[in-house]
Design a protein around this ligand. Structure first.
Ligand SMILES: Cc1cc2nc3c(=O)[nH]c(=O)nc-3n(C[C@H](O)[C@H](O)[C@H](O)COP(=O)(O)O)c2cc1C
Length: 180
């Protein structure tokens, strides 16, 4: 949500990297995910439909969270809770989908802890975190408005993660006639 959000910028850089490898991408960030708290039998605001349907169709995901008070931000976790709406799908939750994970915080402790928590959440949603995830310390590595960074090793790591996503998605084609 915040102007100049580093977790948003890294997300967009990662999506550009997978797009260069041939993926069609959709991005949901900031206001797109500013949703009421999820609960069972929630009446879904119309705004959630595009997001939930995009995840339903996706063959791979990238999830990026700022580290807030040591872990995944409430906004990102709440958006992930909305994926409960996919429980009855042919591919429930994130089943069979590779997931690239990005955690950005102003320190290593929170960025690494947040990456670990994202992995746990994705496992719970039956997704497959890529072998390489990104823990980024925004006091060390910054991305400008156009996605540029002087940190060549982080830029290279984003490309590696994008390659792992595409490789997995191509090997694991959807097991049914539709994605739902
Ligand atoms: C409410 C809040 C809590 C935060 N908690 C932490 C924290 O526990 N540890 C940390 O390293 N950074 C913390 N940060 C800083 C963010 O992780 C940092 O700004 C990072 O760049 C990701 O946020 P961004 O995507 O808005 O840039 C916090 C920021 C906010 C707004």
């Amino acid at each position: 949500m915040d102007a100049g959000s580093q977790s948003d910028r890294v997300l967009r850089v990662a999506l550009s990297a997978v797009a260069r490898l041939g993926a069609e991408v959709e991005v949901f960030s900031g206001l797109d995910l500013d949703l009421p708290p999820y609960h069972s039998n929630a009446v879904l605001p119309d705004a959630t439909r595009d997001y939930v349907d995009a995840v339903r169709r996706a063959d791979a995901l990238v999830i990026s969270s700022p580290g807030y008070h040591g872990t995944v931000s409430g906004l990102v976790k709440n958006a992930l809770d909305y994926l409960e709406e996919l429980r009855g799908d042919h591919r429930p939750y994130l089943d069979g989908r590779p997931v690239g994970l990005i955690a950005v915080a102003r320190g290593w402790q929170a960025s690494v802890a947040t990456l670990g928590t994202l992995r746990q959440v994705v496992h719970a949603l039956r997704g497959w975190p890529t072998p390489l995830g990104l823990a980024i310390n925004s006091t060390v590595t910054t991305f400008d408005e156009s996605g540029g960074t002087p940190d060549v090793s982080t830029a290279a790591a984003i490309d590696v993660m994008a390659g792992q996503l595409i490789d997995f998605a191509r090997r694991w084609t959807p097991p049914g006639p539709d994605a739902g």
